[in-house]
Design a protein around this ligand. Structure first.
Ligand code: ZN
Length: 409
């Protein structure tokens, strides 16, 4: 893969591709075709994800219409009442939320939803965006956690610039209508096998879906292209451990693709996961995370130092597909190149082709290939072990986000 080809792929494949959408499938079919041309054998594993279609969404505040989107997966219908700005989910203001439409200045997380449902709120208005940035596009979100039997309140999202305006007004009455249809959509994992001499297998994954507002060049077309690079690299190179590449769908809505994979029999034989999420950013440095144990953390440090790559290395988990593997007992290593947030913010319209440097991405691809070569070799110096810290963090993450392993509906 040449820099020129990388540049072209970043330009042509950066399009919005949300979970279960036609565009998401279009991208996975592209990767399938490219792999088959190498030739590398592939299979596509479809899985169900929640699908939604908005019928109506309106927020009127004393005669003024404020643009909003429903947060899918919660309640529907009309809510009318007094607006209450919840500054913090503190027990001393729980009663103030009762019978009111509650405005929050950030996203709606599981614990905050519980607080509001228990408080007896009528509806919730969450906020997205950046008050100091250009534009006021509203993100489309869906519930990515289980309700644990809590009441379904109508929930909507507005831009934070409108949130600030509403707080300026002090007390006001609002009317919120949210109507949408739910159905079952299909997302896909694409799996490619690169057999080695051993039955032991390294599963390397990257998600290829994006969020609603983002063309996802950096998060995570970059990582998916790195998988393609690895396919090319290893297709003609002998390696001891078997390698499997997994292009995961629907990561952005709750690690759905990797969870589907890890909860199935497919995981059998995997000794290590390598996760690639956000590589090749023009700005910023590498972060390598040992989601395994301290020995792997030390190994990563010396490996990167030896290659003279400035990087931060830590032990722990990351909110990405590697956590599905560690949750299911497979140690992982996760690679990213973190661009400073004030330069490129993921999940926004600013995640664009120009944020990814083709030369930088090629360097990251080579780095990941070099690490994979080491890990796939018979004499890799460190055992693949999941330590208690990472195990616990993975369980806590899944519990906190109430992801599918904790589904109770
Ligand atoms: Zn990502």
């Amino acid at each position: 893969m040449k820099q020129r080809e990388i540049k072209k792929m970043i330009e042509t494949l950066s399009f919005v591709r949300t979970s279960g959408s036609e565009e998401e499938e279009r991208l996975v079919r592209y990767f399938e075709k490219e792999l088959n041309a190498l030739p590398v054998k592939t299979r596509i594993v479809p899985f169900s994800v929640p699908g939604y279609r908005t019928r109506a969404a309106s927020l009127s505040v004393e005669g003024e219409e404020i643009p909003c989107r429903p947060i899918w997966g919660f309640g529907t219908g009309l809510a009318e009442g007094e607006l209450y700005y919840l500054r913090r989910a503190d027990s001393c203001v729980k009663r103030a939320c009762r019978e009111r439409i509650v405005l929050i200045d950030g996203p709606l997380r599981a614990s905050l939803y519980d607080f509001l449902a228990e408080a007896g709120a009528l509806a919730v208005i969450a906020s997205c965006g950046d008050a100091s940035a250009e534009g006021s596009a509203i993100d489309q979100r869906a519930r990515a956690f289980t309700l644990k039997g809590k009441k379904k309140l109508p929930c909507a999202m507005i831009h934070v610039k409108d949130t600030v305006r509403l707080v300026h007004r002090a007390a006001c009455r609002v009317s919120l209508r949210v109507e949408y249809d739910s159905f079952i959509a299909t997302s896909h994992n694409l799996i490619a096998e690169l057999p080695g001499e051993s039955e032991e297998r390294i599963d390397i994954c990257a998600h290829y879906d994006s969020t609603f507002l983002s063309r996802g060049s950096y998060d995570n077309l970059s990582g998916a292209l790195a998988l393609l690079y690895l396919a090319e690299h290893f297709a003609s190179r002998p390696h001891y451990r078997s390698l499997r590449l997994i292009f995961c769908g629907s990561e952005e809505v709750g690690l759905c693709g990797s969870l589907q994979y890890c909860a199935s029999d497919e995981l059998k034989g995997a000794v290590l996961n390598i996760n690639l999420d956000m590589l090749g950013s023009l700005m910023g440095a590498v972060e390598a995370i040992s989601c395994a144990d301290e020995r792997m953390e030390k190994y990563l440090s010396s490996f990167l130092k030896h290659r003279r790559i400035p990087a931060s290395v830590r032990l722990g988990i990351r909110s990405s597909d590697s956590t599905s593997f560690t949750y299911f007992g497979v140690p992982a290593v996760s690679f990213a190149r973190y661009a400073p947030e004030h330069i490129v913010r993921i999940h926004t319209p600013r995640d664009l082709p120009e944020q990814v440097g083709p030369a930088q991405l090629l360097q990251d691809m080579r780095l990941v290939a070099a690490f994979t070569e080491k890990a796939a070799a018979v004499d890799f110096p460190v055992p693949f072990v999941l330590c208690d810290k990472v195990k616990k963090e993975s369980q806590d993450h899944m519990k906190r986000c109430r992801m599918p392993p904790f589904a109770d509906e």
